[in-house]
Every structure is written in C-alpha cells, then in structure tokens.
Design a protein around this ligand. Structure first.
Ligand SMILES: *Cc1c(COP(=O)(O)O)cnc(C)c1O
Length: 379
C-alpha cells in the first residue's frame, strides 16, 4: 500500500479552506481508515491538526503515542468500565452517548484528580449513538452531572449529508440547534466530510472529516470535491499464464474462459483487502487500463484478465487497486469507498515515502470509465 502523505495534507488544507474558522477534528478511527493511524496522525499533526476522533480506547492509546500529549483525542464509542484504565492512562476524552455513560463517567471523574474533558453526543435522526431528545433534556437540567463531566463540545452526526437535497439534513440541523439552545456556552460540531459541503450553517465550531482526508469522495457530486488520491494498493504479478478457451480459473471453477486468454496471477487476495465479492466482478488497472478479476479471489491471490492489454506486461510488474479508481471499484461490487479503504490488510507493506518518480505507466492511455458512475480522475 502506498500512502501519499503530501496528498493527505493537501486534502486537510482543502477542508480547512472550505470551513474557514471552524476547527478540524480528524476522524482517524479504524487505523485511519486502514492507512495507518500512527503515520497519518503524525502527518495531520504536522499540518496543524490538534483534535482527533477514534472509535475505541485501544485506538486512542495507539494514537496518543503518535501525536503526543498536546492533542485532544476523543473516543466515539464512549466510556465503559472495561476501558476506564486505558482512557485515564492515555488521557483520552470519552464521547458521552447516553445517560448511562454519563452517570458512569461522572463517578469516574469524581474519583480522580484531573478528570479528562468530554464531548456530549446527541442523536438527531441517525438512531445510532447519542442521547435522544428526552434523555438530553433531563441531562441538560442536571447541572451536577453536567459539571462532573466537563463537556467541551456538544456534537451530533448526519445520516444523509452526501445528498444535499435530502430533507433529513435540515431536520437534523433544526433538532441539533434546538437541543444546543439549552446550553448556550458549549461549542458545537455536526458535520462529517460530506457535511462540510452543506454550507456554513452546518459547520459550527468544529467539523469532523474522515473520508475526504483519505482521498475518498464524500458526496453525490464528486465534481465539487477538490481532493487528491492518498491510498494505492499495488499487487505484484507473480505469474502470467496463457489458457485455452473452455478452461476454468480458480477455486470452484467459477469462471470458464470464453476464449483463449492471458491472465496475470497477482500476489494480493482477500487477506490484503481484495474482497471475495469482487470475484468475477471487480477490476484492477494495469497501465491505466481496467483488467477484470476472473475466478474467485482467494486469500493471497487474485487473477485478472490481461488478454487485451497490449503494453508491456511481465512477471514482477505491478497491478494497481484503489488509487483514483477507488469509487469505481467500490461501485462495481456494491460497496462504499470507506469499506474498500478500511479492508486493506495488516499484511501489506505500507510505504509512506514520496510517490515513485518512475511512473508505473509506460504510455498514457484513456483511464477506465465504467458506465455506472461519473467520478473524475483525481490528481
Ligand atoms: C466516522 C465519523 C465521522 C467522519 O465521517 P466521514 O464521513 O468519514 O467524514 C464523523 N463523525 C462521526 C461521529 C463518525 O462516526
């Protein structure tokens, strides 16, 4: 996996420009969407980011070692008795999602000298994590409980931000403001990456982008998004074989060659993040040309059809997954760019160096453009 940290920083700056004075709390959960929280955290820190969101206390502890003591790290899943030691030890700030979590963390806070600040998460229509309206009213009235938790932020999360015309956006915004009006002093945060495109009223004092930092399109209008590719998966060609019409390929013989074919056997499989669902469906690119996956993706190996590639192909060459075809690959197999990124496996060697000067392509060709989607090619 090649991770371009310059482009990560470019994407960070682009979001910063869009949101003006609002702070950026970077979402680096799930190992920074599969790209490596340690390196990504450090790069974002270098770009000026001082607020981070992770999902679990364990992720927070790892990130703390990467970004040092003067960053705020919030744990989205909230506090639990099991995580108490890690939260306190690594000075993580729990996001409080319910009265139950509030009462538990107030107890913890009252028992230590310097209890960490918190963020309060209210649900405004996602029906995932967060206080519901009634619960929040009760909580907001309970000054003792509120003070015990030292809330620094009140936040909520948008369900349909990629679609700017979806009526739930305005509904959630209104509900969020209504709840926040009960607490005039606390700064607010509502928008994920897609939410930053909904305009100023959605930005408040902090936005919480994830996917846009990592070069994934966040909205239904990708042409409005100025982002650069961050993650590319490179698979070596281990073997090239010529097979005859009628022969089958791979486990379960799920593919039968309709003609004489040439296939490349790639050293990357589902353990590396090429989904089994991409079997006989997905594609990779070789010299910027789509090469369809043929046969079932196996643990360590994927086969692709290179019959129609006329440019140089040899054992030891590399075939490209993700990169600027991230969304196209996701669409072909019916998943989302988020999953395509986070699936990239632990086994991959991660290269954070400068992008290679020697281009993989030997000759410029028209990039693959599947009919289903209109994603533009990124830089
Ligand atoms: C994951 C997450 C984000 C970031 O979302 P993106 O769509 O990746 O920008 C922000 N807020 C919360 C609560 C999240 O769970």
């Amino acid at each position: 996996m090649r991770v371009n940290l310059d482009n990560l920083r470019y994407n960070y700056e682009a979001i910063k420009k869009r949101v003006g004075n609002a702070k950026i709390g970077a979402s680096v959960k799930a190992d920074a969407y599969g790209l490596g929280a340690t390196q990504v955290g450090r790069a974002l820190y270098g770009a000026g980011c001082r607020i981070f969101f992770v999902a679990t206390a364990g992720e927070g502890k790892i990130l703390r070692d990467s970004v040092g003591p003067n960053s705020a790290i919030y744990v989205l899943n909230g506090p639990s008795p099991r995580d108490k030691g890690v939260l306190l030890g690594a000075k993580l700030k729990p996001v409080i999602n319910s009265l139950e979590q509030a009462r538990f963390w107030a107890q913890v806070s009252n028992s230590v000298n310097e209890p960490p600040y918190t963020a309060i998460h209210i649900d405004t229509g996602m029906n995932r994590l967060g206080f519901d309206e009634e619960e929040f009213k009760e909580f907001a009235r309970d000054k003792k409980l509120w003070n015990a938790l030292n809330p620094e932020w009140v936040m909520s999360h948008l369900a349909c931000a990629p679609d700017k015309d979806h009526p739930l956006n305005a509904k959630q915004l209104a509900k969020f403001k209504r709840a926040a009006a009960q607490l005039p002093m606390t700064p607010l945060s509502l928008a994920n990456t897609a939410g930053t495109y909904l305009g100023k009223p959605y930005h408040f004092q902090m936005v919480r982008p994830g996917i846009g930092l990592y070069g994934g399109y966040a909205t239904k209008n990708p042409e409005q998004e100025d982002i650069r590719t961050v993650a590319t998966l490179l698979a070596p060609i281990l073997q090239i074989r010529n097979i005859n019409k009628g022969e089958s390929i791979g486990y379960n013989a799920s593919y039968t060659a309709p003609r004489d074919m040439q296939i490349a056997v790639l050293g990357a499989g589902y353990a590396d993040g090429v989904p089994v669902l991409a079997s006989n469906k997905g594609f990779a690119t070789l010299h910027d040309e789509a090469v369809p996956i043929v046969g079932r993706v196996s643990m360590d190996i994927t086969m692709v059809d290179i019959t129609d590639v006329h440019m140089h192909k040899e054992v030891g060459g590399v075939v490209v997954f993700r990169g600027d075809q991230l969304e196209n690959e996701a669409n072909e197999i019916g998943t989302v760019n988020y999953e395509m990124l986070t699936r990239m496996g632990q086994r991959l060697r991660r290269d954070y160096g400068k992008p290679e000067k020697t281009k993989i392509q030997t000759e410029k060709q028209k990039p693959y453009q599947p009919s289903k989607s209109g994603y533009k090619k990124r830089r």
